[in-house]
Design a protein. Structure first.
Length: 435
C-alpha cells in the first residue's frame, strides 16, 4: 500500500484547509477589532462628556457664587444669556433665568399671592457638540431684604407682574413685556422666562400702568401682534397681577355653499356678501367682526387673505372655535353659528350656507328688466343693502340666485308688483313672481 493510500493528505489538500482557516480567523479578528474600537470610542465619549460636564458644573457654580455678591433686586429678571467661554477648545454658554417668588411659596410671582419674598435663579450651561447630553443646571435663591436700605423693595412703592399664556393656558417664554404709564411713557421692559412671568418693581403707588406683550410668530385674541391689558393701578407694598394671551395663529377657510341650481348674483360684491366671524373669546359688545383685507390691515390683525364667490380665507386667528357667515344685515347671522376649531399652525375648513330665491316674470312687460333685491336698514346694516340679481327671463322661465339669508324685497324698474320674501340658509322657496 502506498503512502498516499495510508491516509497521508496531499499537498493540495493541506493548502486548501489552511486557507479556509485563515479566512475564518481573519473574520473573527476583524469583528473583534470593530468591537474593541467601538468600546474604546464609547469609553472616550463617556470620558469626554464627563470632562465637559465637570467644566460646565464649575462654570455654573462660579456663576452661582457671583450672584451671592448681589442683592436680589440687582439680579436681572427673566432669561439672559450671560456669557460664552471657551475651555479646552470647547465653547460653553451660560444662561441665567430669574423670577420672583412670593411669601405663599409658589415658584412664580405671577401665580402666587401676597408680596414678593425672594428671587429664584436657574443657571444653565450648554456646550458645542453636546448632542443628547443633558445640560448642567443649578438653582440658587436670593431673599429680599426687609426694606430698601437692606437690599429689599421700597415699601412705599408697588410691583406689577405680567403673566403671558397661550391658548392652552401654558406659560409662554421669550415674550417681551413693556410696561407703560397712562401717557404712553415706557416704565420698563422685561422678557418672560420659562414661567411666562415678567415682574416690574419700585413703581409709584397710585399710578395706572398698561402692559404690552409681543413675541414674533404670536398673536393675541384679536389676531394682533401685541397683547395688551386693561390697565392696573399700582398699590404700595403689593403686587398687581395681569394675564395676557399670545399664541401661534391658525387660519380658517370658509367655503360658500349655494342651494342646488342657484348662481351668484350679477352684482356680487364683498360688501353685500361680507364675511363675518364670531368667537366666545371676543367681548360680547364686539362679538361680530369682519376682518379687513390682509393687504390693508393696520396694525397687523386677523385679516382676509381672499374673499371670492367661492369662499374666504381668514388668517392670523388666535386658536379658538369660530363661527362664520356672510351678509351685513342682522338677520343674515345664524341664531346658533356652527363653530369650527382653529388650532395653532394649521388651517381649519368650514362651510357657509347661502339662501336662494327663484324669480319669474309676473307678466311679459317686465321681461328683460333688471331684478333688484333690497334689504331694509337695521342695526347691522344702517344703510340697508341693494343687490342686482340679474335680468328677468322670458315668460315661463325663472332665474335662481343666491343671497344671504334674511328678508329681501324683490323688484324691477317701473314694476308694480314687488315681492318681499324671507330666505333661509340652504333652501329655495317656491318661485316668486315679480313685476
Amino acid at each position: 500500500m502506498s503512502r498516499r493510500s495510508r491516509g497521508v493528505r496531499s499537498r493540495s489538500e493541506d493548502g486548501g484547509f489552511t486557507l479556509m482557516e485563515a479566512v475564518v480567523s481573519a473574520g473573527v479578528m476583524a469583528f473583534a477589532a470593530v468591537a474593541v474600537a467601538t468600546m474604546i470610542l464609547s469609553i472616550l465619549k463617556v470620558t469626554s462628556d464627563s470632562n465637559r460636564r465637570t467644566v460646565a458644573a464649575d462654570l455654573a457654580a462660579g456663576q452661582a457664587e457671583s450672584l451671592r455678591q448681589l442683592s436680589a433686586v440687582d439680579i436681572p429678571d427673566g432669561r439672559v444669556v450671560l456669557a460664552e467661554q471657551t475651555v479646552g477648545g470647547i465653547r460653553y454658554t451660560i444662561t441665567q433665568e430669574a423670577t420672583y417668588t412670593t411669601y405663599s411659596g409658589t415658584a412664580s410671582a405671577c401665580q402666587g399671592t401676597g408680596r414678593l419674598a425672594a428671587k429664584r435663579i436657574t443657571i444653565t450651561v450648554t456646550w458645542d457638540g453636546m448632542g443628547q447630553t443633558r445640560p448642567v443646571t443649578t438653582e440658587t435663591m436670593r431673599s429680599l431684604g426687609f426694606n430698601a436700605a437692606g437690599g429689599g423693595l421700597d415699601a412705599t412703592r408697588g410691583s406689577f407682574s405680567g403673566y403671558v399664556i397661550d391658548s392652552t393656558g401654558a406659560p409662554v417664554s421669550g415674550v417681551q413685556v413693556v410696561l407703560r404709564a397712562s401717557n404712553g411713557d415706557a416704565l420698563g421692559t422685561q422678557v418672560t422666562g420659562a414661567d411666562g412671568c415678567a415682574v416690574f418693581t419700585n413703581l409709584t403707588a397710585g399710578t395706572n400702568v398698561y402692559a404690552f406683550a409681543s413675541r414674533s410668530g404670536r398673536v393675541d385674541i384679536s389676531g394682533q401682534d401685541v397683547a395688551t391689558d386693561a390697565g392696573s393701578g399700582i398699590v404700595a407694598n403689593s403686587v398687581v397681577r395681569s394675564t395676557l394671551q399670545l399664541s401661534a395663529p391658525g387660519t380658517l377657510q370658509a367655503n360658500l355653499l349655494l342651494p342646488a341650481g342657484a348662481v351668484m348674483p350679477t352684482s356680487y360684491s364683498a360688501t353685500a356678501f361680507r364675511p363675518y366671524l364670531t368667537t366666545t373669546l371676543w367681548p360680547s359688545g364686539s362679538s361680530r367682526r369682519t376682518p379687513p383685507a390682509c393687504a390693508t390691515a393696520s396694525p397687523a390683525q386677523a385679516c382676509l387673505e381672499q374673499s371670492t364667490t367661492t369662499g374666504f380665507l381668514t388668517q392670523r386667528l388666535y386658536p379658538a372655535a369660530y363661527g362664520a357667515w356672510v351678509g351685513s344685515c342682522q338677520d343674515a347671522r345664524p341664531a346658533v353659528p356652527l363653530l369650527t376649531a382653529v388650532t395653532s399652525g394649521a388651517q381649519a375648513t368650514t362651510s357657509v350656507s347661502l339662501a336662494g330665491v327663484a324669480v319669474q316674470p309676473h307678466d311679459a312687460a317686465v321681461v328683460g328688466r333688471t331684478i333688484t333685491a333690497t334689504h331694509t336698514p337695521d342695526s347691522s346694516c344702517p344703510s340697508g343693502e341693494s343687490i342686482t340679481l340679474g335680468v328677468m327671463p322670458a315668460m315661463g322661465q325663472r332665474v335662481t340666485v343666491a343671497l344671504p339669508p334674511g328678508t329681501w324685497t324683490l323688484s324691477v324698474p317701473s314694476g308694480d308688483h314687488p315681492r318681499t320674501v324671507t330666505l333661509t340658509a340652504g333652501s329655495i322657496p317656491s318661485p316668486v313672481s315679480v313685476g
